[in-house]
Each structure stands twice: as structure tokens, then as C-alpha cells.
Ligand binder design. Structure first.
Ligand SMILES: Cc1cc2nc3c(=O)[nH]c(=O)nc-3n(C[C@H](O)[C@H](O)[C@H](O)COP(=O)(O)O)c2cc1C
Length: 185
């Protein structure tokens, strides 16, 4: 796929087949993610791969509870209260895998760096017919100390980008883009 086609046609996918992504493909995707630029070339990313339907649903339930408990402090999420209260809502949409991209806090620009690695990952995945979606809902709980310990993430890292991957069950719909704001002088 042409790069410009991949950029234009990538969409957040929220309905997945259960088919697993081959190990070799996952390796390729992570290798491509790691070609992202990083401040002072620190390459501060750490990829945590999470699989298993039941475990992901459990993480989803814990993430929903975490957000609902903190709703008062995050007014931007208030519109999602009823969705997140639904025990059947899986924040990972039944995707067969979740990639949690953590950044080393020693690096000055780790949030920027890991975000770029995430976009590389999503575009490289789409180029192979694999859908993705950045799941901000997972950041609070999966980035909390108890969950990081459960996932064997060492001290000194912070969760930047939770990204689900899988083969789309249906082609993703179109999403409009706003008019681009440009200032030239
Ligand atoms: C930082 C960030 C957090 C996001 N969190 C979620 C999320 O928790 N759940 C979800 O379904 N989509 C999430 N998305 C996906 C956006 O809703 C999506 O990118 C946007 O609607 C544009 O659609 P597109 O990706 O298909 O172009 C997130 C995207 C970003 C960049």
C-alpha cells in the first residue's frame, strides 16, 4: 500500500475477528514501530503484549471501574458514564491483542516518542490488513502501579499508548476530517 493511501484509509477499528496475529507479523510491527523518531534518539519505548480474551475482558472491567471511580475529577469523560457502566462494554472491543507502549521517564520526550511509535505501529498494521485503535480508556488502570506490577513492567516507566490490534470484522466506516487550519506568513 502507498504510504499516503495507508495514512488516509487507516481508521480506528472497533469490531474484530478472533483470529490471532501471527508471531512473525507482531515482530515486524514492533520493529517498524521502533523506527519512529525520538528526542535525542533515546528510543525510550517498552512494548508489553497482552493476549487472551478472558484476561483482556477482565482488564477492561477493571479499567472501567477505575475510570468510573475517578469520574468526578475528569469532566471530559462524563459523557461516557453510561457506556462505561455497562458490564457488557469491552473497552478493547474483543481485539485479540493489546500492545501497551510504556516510555522510560528518564527520556526527556518519552510521551512524544511513544506516541510516534504508536502511529508507526498502527500504520504498519493497516498496511498488512490489521486494524487498530488507541484505547485511552485503558491508560489510567493499565498505567497504575498495581497493574504495571502484574504485567512485570519495571519501575521508571509510564504508560503512554494502549493500542489494540486485530483483523477487522467489518471494514471501518469513514470519519470526517475538519478543515485544516493554516497560518502562513
Ligand atoms: C489519545 C487517543 C485516545 C483514544 N482513546 C480511545 C478510546 O478509549 N476508545 C476508542 O474507542 N477510541 C479511542 N481513540 C480513537 C479516536 O476516537 C479516533 O482516533 C478518532 O475518533 C478519529 O477516528 P479514526 O482513528 O478512525 O481516524 C483514541 C485516540 C487517541 C489518539
Amino acid at each position: 500500500m502507498e504510504l499516503s493511501d495507508a495514512i488516509r484509509s487507516r481508521r480506528s477499528v472497533r469490531k474484530y475477528k478472533s483470529d490471532p496475529i501471527p508471531e512473525q507479523t507482531i515482530k515486524e510491527l514492533l520493529e517498524l514501530a521502533a523506527w519512529a523518531p525520538s528526542g535525542m534518539n533515546t528510543q525510550p519505548w517498552l512494548f508489553v503484549l497482552v493476549k487472551g480474551n478472558d484476561y483482556l475482558k477482565d482488564l477492561s472491567d477493571r479499567s472501567r471501574a477505575f475510570i468510573l471511580a475517578q469520574m468526578e475529577d475528569a469532566p471530559a469523560l462524563k459523557n461516557y458514564r453510561s457506556l462505561l457502566s455497562n458490564p457488557d462494554f469491552n473497552i478493547f472491543y474483543g481485539a485479540p491483542m493489546l500492545v501497551l507502549i510504556f516510555g522510560s521517564k528518564n527520556a526527556f520526550t518519552y510521551t512524544n516518542d511513544c506516541s510516534m511509535a504508536a502511529l508507526n505501529l498502527m500504520l504498519a498494521a493497516w498496511d498488512r490488513g490489521i486494524g487498530s485503535c488507541w484505547i485511552g480508556f485503558a491508560r489510567g488502570y493499565c498505567g497504575a502501579p498495581a497493574c504495571m506490577k502484574e504485567l512485570n513492567v519495571p519501575e521508571g516507566y509510564e504508560l503512554v499508548a494502549p493500542v489494540i490490534l486485530g483483523y477487522p470484522a467489518v471494514p471501518p466506516g469513514q470519519v470526517a476530517r475538519k478543515e485544516i487550519r493554516i497560518i502562513s506568513r
